[in-house]
Design a protein around this ligand. Structure first.
Ligand SMILES: *[C@@H]1O[C@H](CO)[C@@H](O)[C@H](O)[C@H]1NC(C)=O
Ligand SMILES: *[C@@H]1O[C@H](CO)[C@@H](O)[C@H](O)[C@H]1NC(C)=O
Ligand SMILES: *[C@@H]1O[C@H](CO)[C@@H](O)[C@H](O)[C@H]1NC(C)=O
Ligand SMILES: *[C@@H]1O[C@H](CO)[C@@H](O)[C@H](O)[C@H]1NC(C)=O
Ligand SMILES: [Zn+2]
Length: 531
């Protein structure tokens, strides 16, 4: 009797606790499909139901993607695994890029004031304007530009007109290429040219310095911003937010404009652009200071930000600290200055948009910037590259719904990683964490708008299964996480939806010549027995 019971118990235990013993291949595949389906629904875009038309476009896109991946595995040349300087031409020549570029991408939320416009425009348009001067600094050898009426006395930099430089150089095409190279990082062999992060950052800052001399001339300043809006608009981005240093803008006679003038000018140019192109939602700016200045300067800048936000609430939306993070001061260093708004009675509402965790180091003061950014109630986090090393921060970004601004090409070019398939955002996208995609400083590496970065996300960061739903979700999220008011967001989403429908129809027209067999990610599960 006992024996029978014992055996019965044994049988029950085995079958209930270790069901795998009894599993046949059919149940196994069912369990497997269920797990994959659960994971699918967790990822960014996993909850979006595509319409039939969208499914058709998705199929076109996914067929090209599979083909690209197959080709990459065969040849070893896979663009999203390579440095952008090697892959740019190939990427921009692909059908996927064509679709991604025409796809409405919502908002670009992580950009900087002097790195939005194709440097070719600065060279071909701005350096040809009257009164443009240029020199190489006698001691540092760095290239400077400036517009003058009459030359300054200083001889540290032997200024000559661009016209005379060109004449002396002889070959204008080559001369213009020299200028282009000074304002970008583009080189044939980036690994050789930039063996360390510090070296690439130094060249990056030099490039910004050179360009700044051109851009901060008042007439150019206005044109530059208009041109930036136009480039993003043409890339099917409908709204931008820009981190601005608000550094002095000068006139030909040497007089300069203050921050109020700069904010007003940004607003006026953005409003003019929206008037010219009513299917654009506008632009807002975020005041940023470099993260190595003394505490007192950050204190003053925070107060200035409060004042400017109160004066221009619709266009001036917050504050940030920027620049290379590792050698800078951690956010904690400026704690008292940054707590100032929340310590007032009543607390003053100043939104923060901190760059934080743009580092390969773990456990350093800089790595902990992520924690401080979250405790300081940052509305978004620039990069947050280090987030996967911070389980509590991961919880918090979900709970507080604070998105990370992911800029894949920036991270690659500035030396944080090489192969974008292992970018930490793969984890975030697979788990549906709040993320927006942006391009940071596209002009400096020759990228355009958001399309190159969206390509890299689609083909590299987000993996083989990422599809049109993933990209639609990212585009919608960029509007949701912007600093627009609720009314503005609603209008922006309506605008987005009409652009999206147009894009779907146009893509079908361009790419679908005969009916396509709809792409089904889970088809492989049924075919798995072939393995
Ligand atoms: C330079 O840009 C300005 C404003 O963006 C434009 O009006 C002008 O036609 C351009 N000039 C040339 C030579 O391209
Ligand atoms: C100028 O340089 C370019 C590029 O090196 C070359 O193709 C072109 O022939 C040169 N033009 C003249 C007039 O020498
Ligand atoms: C952050 O937000 C929380 C919740 O609203 C608030 O209690 C806290 O005081 C804020 N902290 C700062 C530094 O603003
Ligand atoms: C499942 O296993 C049975 C029995 O071993 C076999 O005949 C059948 O082909 C298998 N089915 C699949 C889909 O592999
Ligand atoms: Zn940035």
């Amino acid at each position: 009797m006992f024996y029978v019971l014992h055996v019965l118990l044994w049988v029950i235990t085995c079958y209930c606790i270790h069901p795998s013993i009894a599993v046949n291949n059919g149940t196994y595949l069912q369990q497997r499909a269920k797990l994959l389906l659960t994971e699918h629904s967790m990822r960014t875009g996993g909850k979006i139901e595509l319409t039939d038309k969208e499914k058709t476009v998705n199929t076109v896109l996914m067929n090209h993607k599979s083909e690209e991946i197959r080709h990459g595995k065969k040849t070893g040349f896979y663009p999203a695994a390579l440095h952008f300087f090697y892959s740019k031409a190939y990427i921009e020549d692909s059908e996927i890029y064509d679709i991604v570029r025409r796809m409405p991408k919502g908002a670009a939320l992580s950009l900087h004031d002097v790195t939005m416009v194709d440097v070719d425009w600065l060279v071909k348009n701005v350096t040809y304007r009257p009164n443009a001067y240029m020199c190489f600094d006698q001691t540092t050898g760095k290239l400077h530009f400036h517009f003058f009426n009459t030359l300054p006395m200083s001889q540290d930099c032997p200024w000559k007109t661009l016209e005379s430089w060109r004449l002396a150089y002889g070959n204008t095409t080559e001369f213009d290429e020299v200028l282009y190279r000074h304002m970008t990082l583009n080189v044939p062999d980036p690994h050789k040219a930039y063996p360390t992060q510090n070296i690439v950052w130094q060249k990056f800052l030099d490039a910004l310095d050179s360009a700044t001399g051109l851009i901060m001339y008042a007439p150019v300043f206005k044109d530059y911003f208009y041109e930036a809006l136009k480039e993003f608009y043409e890339d099917n981005v409908q709204y931008i937010e820009v981190r601005c240093l608000l550094s002095e803008v000068y006139e030909l006679d040497g007089t300069t404009h203050d921050k109020d003038w700069i904010v007003e000018t940004y607003s006026e140019v953005a409003e003019k652009f929206v008037k010219d192109f009513p299917d654009f939602s506008g632009a807002k700016i975020i005041y940023s200071v470099i993260r190595n200045v003394p505490k007192v300067d950050v204190g003053l800048a925070v107060k200035e930000a409060i004042r400017l936000h109160q004066k221009y609430p619709m266009h001036f939306v917050g504050f940030d600290l920027v620049g290379q993070e590792d050698p800078g001061h951690p956010l904690l260093y400026y704690l008292n200055e940054l707590l100032y708004p929340s310590q007032q009675n009543p607390p003053i509402d100043l939104k923060y948009f901190f760059h934080a965790g743009e580092t390969d180091w773990e456990g350093t003061h800089i790595d902990n910037n992520l924690i401080d950014a979250l405790l300081l109630n940052s509305s978004r986090i620039g990069h947050g590259f280090a987030i996967t090393k911070h389980p509590e921060a991961l919880e918090l970004i979900r709970e507080k719904d604070v998105p990370l601004e992911v800029n894949p090409i920036s991270n690659q070019v500035l030396g944080l990683l090489d192969d974008l398939r292992v970018h930490p955002a793969s984890f975030l996208l697979a788990n549906g964490y709040p993320v927006v995609i942006s391009s940071d400083d596209p002009s400096v590496w020759g990228a355009t708008g958001l399309s190159d970065d969206f390509y890299e996300v689609f083909m590299g960061v987000a993996g083989e299964n990422a599809d049109l739903a993933t990209m639609k979700q990212l585009a919608l999220d960029s509007i949701r996480y912007s600093a627009m008011t609720d009314t503005e967001k609603k209008a922006a989403v309506d605008l987005f939806n009409s652009k999206w429908m147009k894009f779907i129809d146009e893509t079908i027209q361009k790419y679908v010549k005969k009916p396509v067999e709809i792409y089904d990610e889970f088809k492989e599960v049924e075919e798995i027995t072939g393995y």
